[in-house]
Design a binder for this molecule. Sequence first.
Ligand SMILES: Nc1ncnc2c1ncn2[C@@H]1O[C@H](COP(=O)(O)OP(=O)(O)O)[C@@H](O)[C@H]1O
Ligand SMILES: [Mg+2]
Length: 599
Amino acid sequence: AGFKESGDEGRKREQELVNVAKKYGCRIIGPNCLGIIDTYSDLNVSFAPVMPGKGSIAFISQSGALISAVLDWSRKQKIGFSRIISMGNMADVSESELIEACAEDERTKVILFYVEGVKDGKEFINRVSKITTKKPVIAIKAGLTGSGSKAASSHTGSLAGMAEAYSAAFKKTGVLQVAHMEELFDLSLAFAYQPPIKGDRIAIITNAGGPAVIATDAVEKQGLKIAPLSEQTMKTLKENLPPAANTHNPVDVLGDATEQGYKIALDNVMKDNAVDGIVVILTPQTITRPLETAHVVVENANRYKKTVVTSFMGGVSVEVAIDFLRQSRIPNYEFPERAVRALRGMVDYAKIVQREKSQSTVQGIDREKATEIFESVKKSGVKNLTDFQAREIFEAYGVKGPKRYLAKDAMSAVEYANKIGYPVVAKIVSPDILHKTESGGVRINIMDASEMEKAFNDIITSVKNYLPSARIEGIEIQEMVKGIQEIIIGVKKDVQFGHLIMFGLGGIFVEALKDVTFGIVPVDREEASDMIKEIKSYKLLTGFRKLPEADIPSIVDTILRVSKLCEHFPEIKELDINPLIVKSKGNGVTMVDARIILE
Ligand SMILES: Nc1ncnc2c1ncn2[C@@H]1O[C@H](COP(=O)(O)OP(=O)(O)O)[C@@H](O)[C@H]1O
Ligand SMILES: [Mg+2]
């Protein structure tokens, strides 16, 4: 302690330290850290009094105190580590370098990362992305709350907090993010002990009905599949297990099974090609033989080299068996849900390894036109572009707007409305009005000339009432766009990771439910398409009840265009297209409202 974290004096002290180190060409981990441990070289340069056991887990932590607690706990749990590193203030060596160092270490199979904040977001993404395809990195980010509690708002600026930025960064980087410390270690054991899982089809073997149901529910909840066993497997099981046994997945060897029953089940289920991962559940009944059963599990796991996790439930009577499982590198979990959650982590990781970077070129971008508009806005000293200007920028980037005209008086409004064809929409155009509806500045569904004239005058009156000082440039007449859903695509520039793109359905979905997802610029086609699938209300876009299927490729395309715009203009601080109206498949999208704020 006594460095950067303690104020200006400390900051100076820390800089001095870095300067001295630089002068002599040495690197510094910390300061304000607990130190480092490397179990295989018997190195313990830390405040930790004891050496943890050897293992395949590297633990990098921004909290030193957490390390001491984890160390103590791990000895009781008999969990081993390859390395333990306390990051401290990262005055010199960054978290990315430490992750790299652990990735290069042959003994390390999985890297755990407790993080409060990274040193350099872009560097983190660039460097750690190269690691995650080779070794799993599991992160827990502390300090996630705070952003979600903000008042309802549909602006990306208020929805995209630090938590969202980190989650998006982890996703882009291929880092598995967990929500709890318990998950962090549950997943790490599976990665440390077991071979990688090849797919998401899970088989459950059990001697009790209830826990199997719990496991089955967990499989579904985690988005995994209950493996459909082959005819051959079920036939053999039927021939060899007692008649009352369930030979479908979950396979129930019944409460009176000894290791013999488990052996038959394991042998057949594990060699079934339709099975990627296995959860073996055991509850201690009168005739159950936990240790012998553990032996059977280990033998089969070694023979078939498929991912196996266990949940030997109970306490005293399964203790020895669990010890044996652990020594034999089978991760055991107190309850089946945790076992399934660990498998889910492995499946997620398999997807990260297989993930393809897609090429994401987009046609029809007029960067010069956008530059011109931005230049003229900057010259006038304004930071907020009007809805009108913002849409011109997006149009230059190939995002289509509605047919529209700017009317200065009621007469020309009617003229334009006739030209567009009814129904039309009328909106206030004023640099002083950010929320047009709130000011009474929007009328939709205008059906004829007389309604048009009335709408024009009404809007002027309401806006003048709402904000007497508002400068009114006119009223925009737009074609009334008919679609399936209104969506929002927004951007906020994050201090660490740069532009964060948000996607969600408009209206109550974003305001009340905050059903939105995030990606980090540059977003590629694959990522954009994942962002769309990740929202909870995704179904509403795929043809739900009477709703036709929405034009999802056009949404993907729009996200890519917004991403390109942000790449080209880093000075964009925030933007929103709200709403982008999505039509049915093949009919595209239309942006009817937009805003851009510059730094
Ligand atoms: N051209 C249009 N076609 C169809 N609906 C529109 C159109 N313009 C606006 N709307 C509807 O009116 C709402 C408010 O208009 P908008 O331009 O987004 O103003 P603001 O968000 O500033 O209040 C939109 O969310 C959308 O539901
Ligand atoms: Mg709007």
